[in-house]
Write a protein that binds this ligand. Structure first.
Ligand SMILES: [Zn+2]
Ligand SMILES: [Zn+2]
Length: 261
């Protein structure tokens, strides 16, 4: 099994690609956005295969890595790139790991229920999530200029403290990381998640519905209709009204979204 077999590349438009890991139970997506001066890779997957090899087939431009949040399934390939950026609130996680999360637990989640053979160079017993210093940090409303393509940082904490979405003005795409995706529940039950912040972030992105053309999450179905943002706002209201925005209230299923506290 080679790297190019492990990753699935799908063309979203002439300058935007999804690089997905469908052999893993989480169905993780990274996104490559090609500008005129440089390209941005939003997240780098699980780190099972060499995602930089796949990126090199798609663009010759310099690549910057932008991180939606520092969970192992979004930073796996960070070490393969020279320029990586992260929210200032998760800089220490990138450098030191998430406190209290054991390598044994991580390896269990990384290598369970695989439906494709992993590349022959990968050894589960030597898997470590990326740790290292970022090139730089960002915060809410920062802008990354790719040349005729601008990416706006939108703080959307809750799932993790420094979780962000990236909004691409040129296409109207919203890259929503683990704030918005369908198919499986959005996780808000970790000690480091904040249920109240998560529903606030739902309400925040609900206001973007008119500007957004499509939503690309970190997992499962891609290219969701922007109406999912309106739904997120309604779901947030419902959860608040029913006093369910706290740990231990279980999984709440809505029309397309579900949330697990
Ligand atoms: Zn996550
Ligand atoms: Zn994730």
């Amino acid at each position: 099994m080679s790297n190019s077999d492990w990753f699935t590349v799908e063309k979203i438009d002439t300058h935007t690609y999804a690089i997905s890991e469908y052999g893993h139970w989480e169905h993780v997506h990274a996104y490559l956005l090609i500008g005129r001066k440089q390209a941005a890779l939003i997240d780098t997957g699980i780190g099972i295969g060499d995602i930089s090899f796949v990126v090199e087939q798609l663009t010759q431009l310099p690549v910057i890595v932008l991180t939606t949040h520092v969970h192992w399934d979004h930073i796996g390939g960070h070490g393969l790139f020279k320029k990586i950026y992260v929210h200032k609130k998760e800089k220490s996680w990138l450098e030191n790991g998430i406190p209290g999360l054991s390598i044994k637990q991580i390896r269990k989640d990384v290598f369970k229920d695989l439906t494709k053979p992993i590349p022959s160079s990968v050894r589960p017993e030597s898997y470590y999530p990326f740790k290292g210093k970022p090139t730089g940090v960002f915060q809410d409303m920062d802008v990354f200029e790719l040349g005729t393509r601008k990416l706006n940082v939108i703080d959307t904490p809750g799932h993790s403290p420094g979780h962000v979405c990236f909004y691409d003005e040129s296409t109207g795409y919203l890259f929503s990381g683990d704030l918005i995706y369908t198919g499986t529940p959005i996780y808000a039950f970790y000690p480091s998640t904040d249920p109240l912040e998560l529903v606030k972030s739902f309400k925040k992105v609900a206001h973007l519905e008119k500007e957004v053309s499509k939503v690309f999450g970190g997992h499962n179905e891609m290219g969701l209709d922007a109406s999912i943002l309106h739904e997120a706002g309604l779901d947030a209201e419902w959860l608040i009204q029913h006093d369910l925005v706290k740990f231990g209230t279980g999984t709440h299923h809505f029309q397309r979204l579900s949330v697990q506290f």
